[in-house]
Unconditional design. Structure first.
Length: 371
């Protein structure tokens, strides 16, 4: 009996030991599986972290490139283009970085410079200045050199040289060519029968026909821009107000209430002013809707013609008043424009590559490459 009991006890003990061994083995297997899964998870998490850090690094580098390094590079390029008088490329570059630093102001300044290099000779022919300071478009001025601005009205052309002196064609109107003693001139404008010059100190000089008082500018001070109409003259003051003298038959000189103006343009019998917020005001003859500019936005340059007004937008497109005599249908499809000029019924646009586009009433050659 004892032998049977002993055998039974041994059997039970062996079974218990076997169960313990199996249980231990199961635990070992489970532990190995857990450790394996844990290792995989660690590797997966590590790869995920590397991917996240890579994305963060890429985004950070992209932000730095797009907000600092690339804009600064383009900004410096634009500055160089201006110094080289390649205003087209300068303007195109400033447009790409419009919100960087003071690019908005630089764009406006470069556009103002570009506006000085094209002008109408007569009512339907164009003259321009190349980046080397020589003129194109009219044979009689081919010997002029070192030009930085050109202005014409009717059959007369005036040029501003880099040394601050002024050169003109022979003109039959009273004393209209009497500019030999002009010095330190920074801007010029040619009216119907008179010429006006802005001096470095903000004063203004004028010569020519004065029967309507268009040359009465001797007491003007703190002027930063000038523009001449047929028988009148506008002056933009440093405080953003505008002064006027001369013919006022149509109210073209009624500009005393204008404020925050940054650019002016005198047409034949109407005046336009560009405000610092990119809107436009106008005064004077409006029988062909040439003063209907009050809904314009994002304008950086203006040009008043005989029966129309044109606005250059910051994106290089144009707006134009839409009267019967306006060239609006010709110019609405123009793009990449950096400067404009208007005369009588006509308009021309200067593109960033230095080429000229023109409305259908412009005759003569516009096959120019100014940049």
């Amino acid at each position: 009996m004892n032998t049977v009991e002993n055998e039974s006890s041994k059997y039970e003990q062996n079974m218990v030991e076997s169960e313990v061994l199996i249980s231990t083995e199961d635990k070992n297997i489970q532990s190995e599986e857990y450790n394996g899964k844990s290792s995989v998870n660690k590797k997966r998490n590590k790869l995920l972290m590397v991917a996240i850090l890579t994305v963060v690094l890429f985004v950070t580098i992209s932000i730095i490139l797009n907000t600092a390094i690339i804009p600064e590079y383009k900004y410096q390029k634009a500055e160089k283009f201006v110094s080289d008088r390649n205003y087209g490329k300068a303007i195109a570059t400033y447009r790409q970085i419009y919100d960087y630093k003071d690019s908005k102001e630089k764009l406006f300044n470069a556009t103002t410079l570009a506006m000085n290099v094209i002008s109408f000779y007569g009512n339907d022919r164009v003259v321009g200045i190349k980046s080397d300071g020589t003129p194109v478009g009219y044979f009689d001025i081919k010997d002029w050199v070192n030009l930085i601005a050109i202005s014409s009205n009717g059959d007369h052309i005036t040029g501003l040289k880099s040394d601050g002196t002024v050169i003109t064609m022979d003109w039959s109107f009273e004393d209209a060519c009497d500019v030999d003693d002009w010095k330190n001139i920074v801007a010029i404008s040619t009216g119907g029968k008179h010429i006006v010059g802005l001096k470095l100190d903000g004063t203004v000089v004028a010569t020519g026909n004065n029967e309507r008082g268009q040359c009465n500018v001797s007491d003007w001070k703190e002027i930063v821009a000038i523009s001449t109409g047929f028988y009148y003259t506008l002056g933009l003051k440093a405080d953003g107000t505008v002064v006027a003298t001369g013919e006022n038959k149509y109210g073209q000189c009624n500009v005393s209430d204008w404020a925050e103006i940054v650019a002016i343009s005198a047409g034949d019998n109407h005046s336009a002013g560009l405000k610092k917020d990119g809107t436009v005001v106008a005064a004077g003859l409006n029988d062909d809707e040439q003063c209907d500019v009050y809904n314009w936005r994002d304008i950086i340059a203006i040009s008043a013609g005989g029966f129309h007004t044109i606005g250059l937008k910051k994106d290089g497109t144009l707006v134009c008043t839409e009267g019967i005599l306006s060239p609006s249908e010709d110019i609405f499809g123009w793009t990449d424009i950096v400067a404009i000029s208007s005369r009588f019924l006509n308009a021309v646009g200067l593109k960033s590559d230095g080429t000229i586009v023109r409305s259908s009433n412009v005759y003569g050659s516009t096959d120019m490459d100014l940049f």
